[in-house]
Design a protein around this ligand. Sequence first.
Ligand code: NAP
Length: 218
Amino acid sequence: MTVDGKITTRENAPVDWTSREDKQHLLRMRALADAVVVGHSTLKADNVRLALPKGELRDERVARGQSPCPIRVIVSNAGRVDPNLRIFESTVSPIVIFSTTRMPRASQKLLREKATLHLSDTSQLDLVWMLQQLRTEYKVRTVACEGGAALFRSMLELGLIDQLNLTIAPLLFGGSDAPTLTGVGKEFLPGSVRCSLEKVKKIGDECFLTYRIKHRKR
Ligand SMILES: NC(=O)c1ccc[n+]([C@@H]2O[C@H](COP(=O)([O-])OP(=O)(O)OC[C@H]3O[C@@H](n4cnc5c(N)ncnc54)[C@H](OP(=O)(O)O)[C@@H]3O)[C@@H](O)[C@H]2O)c1
């Protein structure tokens, strides 16, 4: 995010305003996870494959007993996922879509050729159920959530985030409507989320932070 807490530009452009080092950092974090999860809007806006480059990161995963790339998970309530997105051109790892039975039949048919669909019979996807499915059906133990803000906020509100890796880029965007880390919503979170700062690293003008999220006792 920027110094003023914004995660995207006026045009919702992909994050091309952070350094090469930050992009490497993202890949390193992705490479630790069994599954990488992304919200449908981010997937549409950034049109990313969510893979890992060939080489060290993949080799290290294999040496650890993981698959070369994490399972790629798309989260959508409405399910209008375009099967022509770039992610579907890459076969580096399975793609799993969690959505609801609101997904149009035609989309279901096309997407089943490229991904595994888990559709809940509810109007809103239950993210706890999603994580349970990932754990039981795909043996996933660690999940890297790469946003966007709407998905991150939902997970945060449900107490599903353990760690936050935050890069502060040396920019200010302004814009009262521009999304922050927790989105554009004007509402406060139901309760403040406390974080403990575990790591700080300065590289060039960027600051790399690792926070542990303190979970409230339920
Ligand atoms: N700076 C960064 O590091 C960073 C990181 C990621 C993204 N971004 C930027 O953030 C922008 C997108 O963020 P965003 O907040 O608008 O969207 P988002 O979280 O990526 O996606 C929102 C969509 O994902 C689905 N979704 C989210 N939460 C859900 C839940 N709890 N249950 C079911 N589905 C859920 C819904 O899809 P349906 O509409 O299909 O139902 C929802 O409309 C993009 O411009 C992207 O470039 C920046």
